[in-house]
Ligand binder design. Sequence first.
Ligand SMILES: C[S@@+](CC[C@H](N)C(=O)[O-])C[C@H]1O[C@@H](n2cnc3c(N)ncnc32)[C@H](O)[C@@H]1O
Length: 199
Amino acid sequence: MYQICRKVLKKYIRLLGPSRILELGGGLNSTPLIRNELKKCGGFVTTLEDNPYWCNKIKRYDDEYSETILSEIVFDGIVKYSYSLKGIYDIVFIDGPDGKCIVKFKNYFSKKKHCFRSLSNGIQSIDMMTYIWPHIGPKSIVIVDCRIGSVCYYLHRYNLKYRGFGRKAISAKTVRQVKKRCKNMSTGTIRMCSVLKRS
Ligand SMILES: C[S@@+](CC[C@H](N)C(=O)[O-])C[C@H]1O[C@@H](n2cnc3c(N)ncnc32)[C@H](O)[C@@H]1O
């Protein structure tokens, strides 16, 4: 997780005092950060992790504010975690799955339907919004660490407000372009963090 995203995640947890957070893709950076913040303001985080090694590493720190769930990545028209989400999450943090684990599905999904692969910084820029969409309300926010291909895809496909953080955050002009049709976007690893909200 990029430094800029740490700051943004902290800022929004403090600002919103969320009751429920969903984290896609756990690790030793964001997961402890979220837990520590929730210890101060209450709330509960559910972390979905597809890799048993990382799941075990994170799970041992589960407490009354957090649970880590081992959930494989499946494809049934969309790429998603096999875990059935429940209710509404105030904050969803997207930092998974890892590109490696969805390589097996790459021949099934189309660029147009599931991602903007041409702009992604890897196959991990796959659509996760369709999976979480029924579980975000009008006040919820979705924070995405980097994953510019995904963010552009979400802006194109869903009616979302965008707020970018970091030197290379997507410009307002590009957001307008992307909402219409994606073109002339830069690719590669870009240190940025996006906050998305239903509009
Ligand atoms: C981008 S990482 C998620 C990192 C996590 N959100 C964090 O900031 O701690 C995506 C996936 O890579 C795996 N992973 C987690 N931490 C990792 C690490 N330090 N090095 C390599 N892979 C990691 C996990 O399977 C995770 O779902």
